[in-house]
Design a protein around this ligand. Structure first.
Ligand code: THU
Length: 131
């Protein structure tokens, strides 16, 4: 968990955010035991911006991973940055289950720990498409 938070802090340095100047870093642990990282990547067409959490998850999935075990993220304020709604949905797509841990860090020592079910109750998932 400490390693995940430290990786998110390091990834935040790579943020491309000339419009908001709000750097975000994320690190994910997948079933292969590896940590993958990502940062927010903005665009002049603002809607094309990719959040750090999705960058990290897409990085892992592009490397063959499918099952998310935990995620850490850190924003650029003295508050805890929670994943946005779109990122919560993307987390749920690859989450092992609703108990997947989300660590929202303020710095390497201060963090909040939530489960996916706590921050995305009543989610719509692939199970809903089965019937
Ligand atoms: N951002 C993230 O990277 N993750 C979040 O969960 C919240 C928002 C980014 C997107 C944009 O580059 C900047 O923060 C301001 O919204």
């Amino acid at each position: 968990m400490k390693k995940l938070i430290e990786a998110a802090i390091e990834a935040r340095e790579k943020a491309y955010c000339p419009y908001s100047n709000f750097k975000v870093g994320a690190a994910v642990l997948f079933e292969d035991g590896n940590i993958y990282t990502g940062c927010n990547i903005e665009n002049a067409s603002f809607g094309a911006t990719n959040c750090a959490e999705r960058s990290a998850i897409f990085n892992a999935v592009s490397n063959g991973c499918r099952t998310l075990k935990a995620i850490a993220l850190i924003g650029d304020t003295n508050n805890f940055t929670y994943p946005c709604g779109i990122c919560r949905q993307v987390i749920s797509e690859f989450a092992e289950d609703g108990n997947v841990k989300i660590f929202m860090a303020k710095n390497k020592d201060e963090y909040l720990e939530k489960t996916l079910d706590e921050i995305l109750p009543g989610s719509f998932t692939k199970k809903d498409l089965e019937n």
